[in-house]
Design a protein around this ligand. Sequence first.
Ligand SMILES: *Cc1c(COP(=O)(O)O)cnc(C)c1O
Length: 251
Amino acid sequence: MSEPTDHAESTDRARQIETALTSVRERLSRACAEAGRTAQDVALLPVTKFFPASDVRTLYRLGCRDFGESREQDATPKVAETVDEFRDDPPRWHMIGHLQRNKAKSVAAWAQSIHSVDSLRLVNALSKAATAALEEGVRQAELDVLVQVSLDGDAHRGGVERDEVHALAEAVSSATGVRLAGLMAVPPLDADADAAFADLQSLHRRVLLDHPGARELSAGMTGDLEAAVRHGSTCVRVGTAILGARPITSQ
Ligand SMILES: *Cc1c(COP(=O)(O)O)cnc(C)c1O
């Protein structure tokens, strides 16, 4: 068999992504309709981690303006690679994975939001980095912060315990350079997704009492987006269903 040319390969890949994106968009709008919600209530965040900038370009051409990344060392060069070509209508990049404090400065230079904030020390590092980035003109708006909640108390999967959510939300809302945007969670492995997301939604409602601006609820991925939409998700983070299986399993 002869090798396909690079061009044919990239056209095939673009078609494959287009088909997958269309079906995820349909799936999301069906989930919204079934939950009695309007499609505009729930944003689709394509997760491009582990996939090359060429796939980001394809999604951008298909109208996507939000991209989720989980590793700073992959995301920073990808953002840099595309920044000039997207200059007229820049996309919003979202950091959704665990972040080390020493990467706060780098992420504050390109991220619209961080969905995975789970410690006071990280809040302080992000606040400092975002405040400096604002002063230097590197960024124009405060960094949106979502507090990641651990629904099962298994700390190594990320997230704060439920009884620490309030204190961390307070810390974000009183820090400079950052804005409390909402909550995020990944359901525990083997958990019932509906039960986990219902739990998350009730935590979110409690946070909203004190922080009415914290409207975002980042919940739902390829396997469980319908359940998340039933329980108030405002943003589903979808990787596999759009771009295919990742080269290695990752969080
Ligand atoms: C990778 C990742 C996703 C996407 O997961 P899929 O199951 O591939 O849709 C969502 N959220 C987080 C935090 C991730 O790290």
